[in-house]
Design a protein. Structure first.
Ligand code: AMP
Ligand code: ZN
Length: 467
């Protein structure tokens, strides 16, 4: 099975060729652990998981690293503003370490409930790799790529020939652009901090000594330091959402290649956004849902994962509760059909051929999901072979179909007990008679039993309240 992947560097689908025999190196930019990850963030990790499962399915072993950013990510992705960790620590009146620990654990839980394979992943923390980051900055300084300002050490982007190649930045436009609001001591607008000095007027919780003064590392240098430490100076795959193309990854490439004089990464893979009401889902915009929020609306993690897979990772996907509810109904139909089939079947070869063709074509999960439905409809395939074939798909799709078959309740929501259905019918009767007082009372009774009524244009829907 040969795999084609869309490489942001070339803006083309390319045949995937590993650097070495044996394991492929893959680095995924991890979360800044100052809050719960939202479901948009989780798309990046589901995408990386599907990529890893695809490689595994093709017989390729993967060394996967996801970093944990627990220092240095400032409130603006550039070099201004407060450290997100320090700001949250102050808000919650806890130590930055406690904040990091709490949200790192929450992140691991999210990975687990989305059935992302975590076994074998390395999760290095930025605050535990200060020495490695200082080492890289020292090399950059020695090679003439770094300069000092009053607030830190900066990378001189004009010294790196290929700066901005990944994002196809118009440097001339950028450099001639207005400098309003730009750090006055920066030599170029695109220059970025490698090390920042602790502010004189306030005390930071996380700070370290360095050859240049007490302070903390810039956000970009951590990924260069940790990826190269665990995967080598030149490795195969780097992933994350598209927002990291113009700044974070552009800067990672500049630093890393300036240190080593070699190509840093062969394949840059980026997922599109989950949006909501036309805007990117983002903590800063406040339009976010977490997996726990979805649970409260009766949407299980399996449903969310299934919904993500119905779109290609390079297409934007617009989140709405209606859309994920629809995905839940579809997944429940698939699982109930398989659950009703006997075991002992075999994956159908001609179908598996199609499946590998789709999935190896830049992870075409929408076609793979559509193929599930083709299999279910195909009268030439026996029920047990249907079951076996779809279970085989699940090695790559990762919906934990075997677990769901054993416990369809995991798909949640649509499973409403009879007593709730009964109350719902009574409420509908009351509403039809315009007896609003009784209708409201029944809504209260349903709520007290842990279910919420949503009146939609298709009639009332009941969802379980998870808390
Ligand atoms: P952050 O914690 O902001 O660094 O984000 C973690 C990961 O989520 C990164 O790979 C981002 O590119 C990705 N990401 C952020 N917002 C979204 C979104 N709305 N949809 C998809 N991916 C996103
Ligand atoms: Zn990163």
């Amino acid at each position: 099975m040969s795999i084609k992947l869309f490489n942001t560097l070339s803006r083309k689908k390319e045949a995937f060729r590993p650097i070495r025999k044996g394991a492929v190196g893959m680095y995924t930019c991890g979360p800044t652990v100052y809050q719960y990850a939202h479901i948009g963030n989780m798309r990046a990790y589901v995408m990386a998981d599907v990529l890893k499962r695809t490689l595994k399915y093709a017989g390729v072993k993967v060394n996967h690293v996801i970093n944990i950013t627990d220092v240095g990510h400032l409130t603006s992705d550039a070099d201004e503003g407060e450290d997100k960790m320090e700001a949250e620590a102050r808000r919650e009146q806890k130590s930055a370490q406690d904040i990091a620990q709490f949200y790192t654990t929450a992140f691991f839980d999210d990975l687990k409930i989305l059935n992302i394979i975590t076994k074998g992943i390395k999760f290095p923390r930025a605050s535990k790799h200060i020495k490695e980051q200082i080492r890289l900055i020292k090399i950059l300084e020695k090679k003439g790529f770094a300069y000092q300002t009053s607030d830190g050490i900066y990378f001189d982007t004009s010294k790196f020939k290929n700066y901005g190649k990944l994002a196809r930045l118009n440097l001339k436009g950028l450099r001639e652009g207005a400098r309003i609001g730009i750090h006055v001591e920066k030599k170029n607008v695109s220059d970025f901090a490698l090390w920042k000095f602790s502010p004189k007027e306030s005390v930071r919780q996380q700070e370290w000594k360095s050859p240049w003064g007490v302070g903390f590392p810039g956000w970009h240098i951590e990924c260069s330091a940790m990826s190269m430490k665990y995967l080598g100076k030149h490795f195969d795959i780097h992933t994350s959402g598209i927002d990291h193309i113009p700044v974070h990854h552009t800067n990672e490439i500049a630093q890393s290649e300036s240190v080593t004089g070699k190509k840093f990464v062969n394949y840059w893979i980026h997922n599109e956004f989950v949006s909501m009401e036309g805007e990117k889902m983002a903590k800063s915009l406040g339009n976010i849902f977490t997996l726990a929020d979805l649970g409260k609306k009766g949407v299980s993690p399996a449903t969310y994962r299934y919904w993500l897979l119905t779109a290609h990772y390079r297409s934007p996907i617009a989140f709405s509760l209606e859309a994920v509810h629809g995905a839940g109904v579809a997944l429940l139909r698939i699982i109930s059909t398989i659950a009703g089939a006997p075991g002992g079947g075999r994956p159908v070869k001609r179908i598996m051929k199609k499946f590998t063709e789709y999935i190896s074509n830049d992870l075409d999960t929408p076609r793979a999901v559509a193929l599930i439905w083709e299999v279910l409809k195909d009268e030439k395939i026996s029920p047990q072979d249907k079951r076996a074939t779809i279970f085989e798909f699940d090695n790559v799709l990762g919906l934990d179909m075997k677990g769901l078959v054993k416990n369809t309740k995991k798909i949640a929501r649509v499973i409403v007990p009879e007593n709730i259905e009964q109350l719902l019918r009574e409420r509908e009767d009351a509403r039809n008679k315009k007896d609003w007082a009784t209708a409201d009372k029944l809504r209260g009774a349903i709520h007290a039993l842990g279910y919420e009524i949503k009146d939609t244009n298709k009639g009332p829907e009941v969802v379980k309240i998870f808390s």
